[in-house]
Design a protein around this ligand. Structure first.
Ligand code: KIV
Ligand code: ZN
Length: 514
C-alpha cells in the first residue's frame, strides 16, 4: 500500500497573486468546483484578511465545497487568524494556513524581529488557529533561504502548539532539487516530533525548478505538494499541479506514494483557469499545452502509429484531452448544450443565463460548424461576466483595412445606457479599433499586454484575445473570443474596461502596494 500524496491547490490564492489574475468571487467558486471534481484534497481559496472581497470569496468557496478541505491563508497575527476562522466557519472541512518569515534577511529587514520573537508569534498564531479548527498548517516563509537549525526549532515548537501540516516554502525559487530534497530529509530526521505532522512543500519557479524541487522533496518524505493549475502564481509562478501529478503517476516505479486525483479533469481545469484569468497556456507547456501530445516529425508519427508507447509516455485522454474533440454543432439542442456545459464545470444560475449562453452558442455555430470544448469554454467566460456588470457594451464595429490606406475604425458602444460613437485610425485594424473604443471610454489605462491565441485549428477557428490594462497600478485582464480577431480584440478590451469599472475588485495587493 503506497502513501497518499496530498494535493494542495493554491491557484485561488498564490495563483491569484500573478499581476492581472485577480478573480471575482463567482469565478473563484467556479474554479473551486472544478478542483473539487478533480478530487484535489485541499483548496486554498484566498487570504481573508487581505480585503473584503477576498474574505467573501473564501466564505463563498467554503460554503460551496463539500468534498475537499477549504483553506484560508493568514499571517501570524490574531486579526488575520480571526478573519480566516470567520471566513471558513461554514466549511465542511476547514484548514487555516498561517505563516511567518524565517530567513535572516526577512526577519531582519522585513519583520524587524529577533528569531525568538518570530517563534513566539508562530506558536501564538497556531494556538489561536486551533481555536477554529484542528486542521492547522504552518509555513516558515522563505524557508529555502532559512537556517536549518532555526527551522528545526520553530517547526518543533509549532507542532507542539498543534500544527498538523508543516509547509516548507521555497518562496523566492532559490533552491536546487538535490539540496531541497536533502533539507526535507534532514528536517524530518532532526525534528523530534516530526512524526506528528505531514511535511509539505511550496516551490516557486524563478529558476524553472519548482516541479523538480517539489518532486525531490516528495522523494525525501514530503507528503503534500502545494501547486497551481498551469503553474500560475507570483512572479514566475508555482509548481504546476498537472506536471507534479503526472510525474508521480507516470513514474510510479520511482515513488512510494501516489495521489488520488482524477487526472481526466486536468484539461477542463486548465482551460477554465486560463480563460478566467486571461493567462494563455503556451503551446509547448507539458501536459496541457496544445502541442503536448502532437507529433510533428514523420519518424515520430510513424512510430506512434505502429505503437503509441514508442514516443508517448502518457495517454492524452488520461489527462482529459478528448479523443473525438468535435462536440457540438448547429443542430445541437438546448439540453445537449446545457449538459455539456455542466460537464465542463459550468452551472447556470438562472434560465436567463442559460438562454443567453445558448443564444451565443447558436450565433457561433452559424459561423463555425464544428464547436469544440475549447469554444464552449470561451463562451463560458463571456457568459460569466453578467449582463448587469456590462457598463460598456459593444453595439457595432466597422473597420476599414486596405493596402496602401491607413486603417480606420468606427465603434458604437452603449456606455451606462447611452449610445456613443467613436472613431480612430491606427497602424492596423486592431490598433484602430482599440483606439476608437478608448476614444469613447477614455480610461487612460496603459495597454500592458495584447495577445492572440487560436482556440482550435483552422482559419474558421475562434481567436481568443487577452488584453491587460494598467490603470494607476490596478491591473486587469480582459478576454474576448470571436471567429473575427478584430471583434475578439474589441470584446477583450471592453471586458477589461468593464473590470476596471467594477469597484473593490482588488483581491490581493497589486503593483505599487507594500
Ligand atoms: O511563497 C510563499 O512563501 C507563500 C507562503 C505564504 C506559503 O506563498
Ligand atoms: Zn508562494
Amino acid at each position: 500500500m503506497k502513501d497518499k500524496l496530498i494535493i494542495f491547490d493554491t491557484t485561488l490564492r498564490d495563483g491569484e497573486q500573478s499581476p492581472g489574475a485577480s478573480m471575482t468571487r463567482d469565478e473563484k467558486v467556479r474554479i473551486a468546483k472544478a478542483l473539487e471534481r478533480m478530487k484535489v484534497d485541499v483548496i486554498e481559496a484566498g487570504f481573508p484578511a487581505a480585503s473584503a472581497g477576498d474574505f467573501e470569496a473564501v466564505e463563498a468557496v467554503a460554503r460551496a465545497i463539500k468534498n475537499s478541505t477549504v483553506c484560508g491563508l493568514a499571517r501570524a497575527l490574531d486579526k488575520d487568524i480571526d478573519k480566516a476562522g470567520a471566513a471558513l466557519k461554514d466549511a465542511k472541512s476547514a484548514r487555516i494556513h498561517t505563516f511567518i518569515a524565517t530567513s535572516p534577511i526577512h526577519m531582519k529587514m522585513k519583520l524587524q524581529m529577533q528569531p525568538d520573537q518570530v517563534i513566539e508569534y508562530a506558536v501564538r498564531a497556531v494556538k489561536r488557529a486551533r481555536q477554529y479548527t484542528d486542521n492547522v498548517e504552518f509555513s516558515p516563509e522563505d524557508a529555502g533561504r532559512s537556517e536549518e537549525d532555526f527551522l528545526c526549532r520553530i517547526l518543533e515548537a509549532v507542532i507542539d502548539a498543534g500544527a498538523s501540516t508543516l509547509n516548507i516554502p521555497d518562496t523566492v525559487g532559490y533552491s536546487l532539487p538535490e539540496q531541497f530534497g536533502a533539507t526535507i530529509a534532514n528536517l524530518i530526521k532532526r525534528i523530534p516530533n516530526s512524526d506528528k505532522a505531514v511535511f509539505s512543500v511550496h516551490c516557486h519557479n524563478d529558476l524553472g525548478l519548482a516541479v523538480a524541487n517539489s518532486l525531490s522533496a516528495v522523494m525525501n518524505g514530503a507528503r503534500q505538494v502545494e501547486c497551481t493549475i498551469n503553474g500560475l502564481g507570483e512572479r514566475a509562478g508555482n509548481a504546476s499541479l498537472e506536471e507534479v501529478v503526472m510525474a508521480v503517476r507516470t513514474r510510479q516505479d520511482m515513488f512510494t506514494c501516489d495521489t488520488t486525483l482524477d487526472a481526466r479533469e486536468i484539461m477542463t481545469c486548465s482551460r477554465l483557469v486560463s480563460s478566467i484569468t486571461g493567462f494563455p497556456v503556451q503551446p509547448n507547456k507539458a501536459i496541457v499545452g496544445a502541442n503536448a501530445f502532437a507529433h510533428e516529425s514523420g519518424i515520430h508519427q510513424d512510430g506512434v502509429l505502429k505503437s503509441r508507447e514508442t514516443y508517448e509516455i502518457m495517454r492524452a485522454e488520461d489527462v482529459g484531452w478528448a479523443a473525438n474533440r468535435m462536440v457540438m454543432g448547429k443542430h445541437s439542442g438546448r439540453n445537449a448544450f446545457k449538459s455539456r456545459m455542466t460537464e465542463l464545470g459550468f452551472e447556470f444560475t438562472s434560465e436567463e443565463e442559460l438562454n443567453d449562453a445558448f443564444f451565443r452558442f447558436k450565433q457561433l455555430a452559424d459561423k463555425k460548424h464544428e464547436i469544440f470544448d475549447e469554444d464552449l469554454q470561451a463562451l463560458i467566460t463571456e457568459v460569466s461576466f453578467h449582463a448587469e456588470d456590462e457598463y460598456v457594451k459593444l453595439i457595432a464595429l466597422s473597420v476599414c483595412s486596405e493596402t496602401g490606406e491607413v486603417p480606420h475604425a468606427k465603434v458604437t458602444l452603449r456606455v451606462d445606457n447611452k449610445e456613443l460613437t467613436g472613431s480612430a485610425t491606427g497602424s492596423g485594424a486592431v490598433d484602430a479599433s482599440l483606439k476608437a473604443i478608448e476614444s469613447v471610454v477614455n480610461t487612460k489605462a496603459i495597454l500592458e499586454l495584447y495577445s492572440v491565441n487560436n482556440i482550435t485549428n483552422g482559419t474558421d477557428a475562434q481567436g481568443e484575445v487577452t488584453v491587460r490594462l494598467d490603470k494607476a497600478g490596478r491591473i486587469v485582464n480582459g478576454l474576448g473570443a470571436d471567429t473575427d480577431i478584430v471583434i475578439a480584440s474589441a470584446k477583450a478590451y471592453i471586458n477589461a474596461v468593464n473590470k476596471l469599472h467594477v469597484p473593490n475588485q482588488r483581491r490581493h495587493p497589486q503593483k505599487g502596494d507594500v
